[in-house]
Design a binder for this molecule. Sequence first.
Ligand SMILES: Cc1cc2nc3c(=O)[nH]c(=O)nc-3n(C[C@H](O)[C@H](O)[C@H](O)COP(=O)(O)OP(=O)(O)OC[C@H]3O[C@@H](n4cnc5c(N)ncnc54)[C@H](O)[C@@H]3O)c2cc1C
Length: 536
Amino acid sequence: MDTDVLIVGAGPTGLMLANQLARRGVRAMIIDRHSGPAQQSRAMAVQARTLEIYSKMGIVDEALARGREGSGASMWANGKWMARIPLGDIGKNLSPFPFVLALGQDDNERIMGAKLQELGVDVQWNTELIAFQQHPSHVDVTLKQPDGSTRELAAAWVAGCDGGRSAVRDMSGITFPGAPYEHTFFVADTEATGPMKPGELNVYMWQDGFHLFFPMRGQDRWRVIGILPKALRARTDLEFEDLKADIRREAGAELSFKACDWFSTYRIHHRCAERFRDRRCFLLGDAAHVHSPAGGQGMNTGLQDAYNLGWKLALVVKGQADAGLLDSYEQERLPVAQRLLRTTDRIFTLLVSDSWVAGLFRTRILARILSQAMTVERIRGAAFRTISQIGIRYRKGPLSQMLASLPEGAPVAGDRFPWLHLKVQPSGPVEDLFQKFDDTRFNLLVIGQPAPVAESLGVGDFIRVHAVADDPENADELARIQVTGPAFYLLRPDGHVALAGRELTVTDVKRYLVEHHLRVDSATASAEQMALRAAA
Ligand SMILES: Cc1cc2nc3c(=O)[nH]c(=O)nc-3n(C[C@H](O)[C@H](O)[C@H](O)COP(=O)(O)OP(=O)(O)OC[C@H]3O[C@@H](n4cnc5c(N)ncnc54)[C@H](O)[C@@H]3O)c2cc1C
């Protein structure tokens, strides 16, 4: 075998997957047909869930230093300021990163690329996947190399992170149903002054559409996004200059553009692959789903796909799990993509609809409803959970199992385990659990009962045990997530709850692992566990 995993595409999704594999001791080969990293910023929003993952990767400080925290959104209608939606700290107590970070896709790629190099993996640029053939044990792949020659190699697994026009998807015969929207978008990175509230997202709505002004790093730097006016849609030689008059009309005559570094137009599609896997080939990111940029979810969803597949693929490659574990990738991520497509489609249709009623809603009602609603704590929390992607859960997924019902509102199997501060040693300090968890392993959180020592589980180095000390501060913190009395949570490496229940028994944990394709170190596995595995 030439490589365990061939990652096709070094956009954000491919770079995340390569990093996750490398962190877990699997060296993937990552190729891209382009000559180097993309220069355009493209996606701008980095969501809290992505920042949580960046934190585990040791790159969050750099992302925060380069980006800009979104503090709020100013809503304008027909050139008049309507309302402000405060967004700073919107996710207070829900995530260590309670905001949206404005950081261009190019910066995200640069940071992840540098980390990957540090881990000893270089992207092979100017290298294109042109054909492959699947076999039961591997995939034979044909690559076009930088000098134009071809090279054959064998990969155990292929990850198609190759964007909306994915070759891996097409060659796998996986259809990509959906449609393009009729509108054409434009995006421009500009230097501009005007009535925009500095440091905030400025949303300009009028009868026929909207413009978004995203603050970028640097003085008077704004990313402007909108839909092309009907009269300009057919033009093929369009420049930003041609649009200025329209933008000024909607955003106010005081607006002055001094420079434009990047201008692009693009059609948006909403499509979702019918399957995310064909035997040894997987689809992730834009190769699997494309949708409108409403809500800044695109890049982040690809990154979460990679985080979901990364730990599973690493365990399988290292012989610590059966290949059956990989079925859960599609079972968990396809419903997430389908739901995202439905939601972004609904929001986007409302934002771009030419209808008179939609125009009235945009200019008269939307800003007021949003600004009012976002003062209500519960609505702010719900909005943050959705947009930040911390609310994504796999409750119906094949890896989620409840052994006993826990109090109403407590986390259940499939949920991302919430961010808590607890004492995990009786006389020790209060610790940030997200810092404490090791995302290259399973983590077992034991509450209100004696915790087994890790060795007694007989599962080698598979699980880290965290015993929550019996302490009033811990009880208060746990009450915040409705956990009272004894409970335990077995968390997957990606922080989602695998198994949860009341009284912990070693047998239950072992049974879960065995029944869910996980092979534990045979040197340390007990006879009981072997019997369970044989029965499963
Ligand atoms: C103009 C523009 C603006 C956008 N703005 C936003 C936004 O504001 N918010 C948002 O969330 N999203 C936005 N997006 C979408 C966002 O950029 C994508 O969701 C994101 O890039 C997906 O990342 P990816 O890694 O899955 O795919 P990509 O970034 O498309 O990366 C795929 C990579 O695969 C490589 N590749 C393709 N085929 C092959 C092959 N056969 N062999 C080798 N390599 C191959 C390509 O060269 C490319 O580098 C925008 C997109 C565009 C085009």
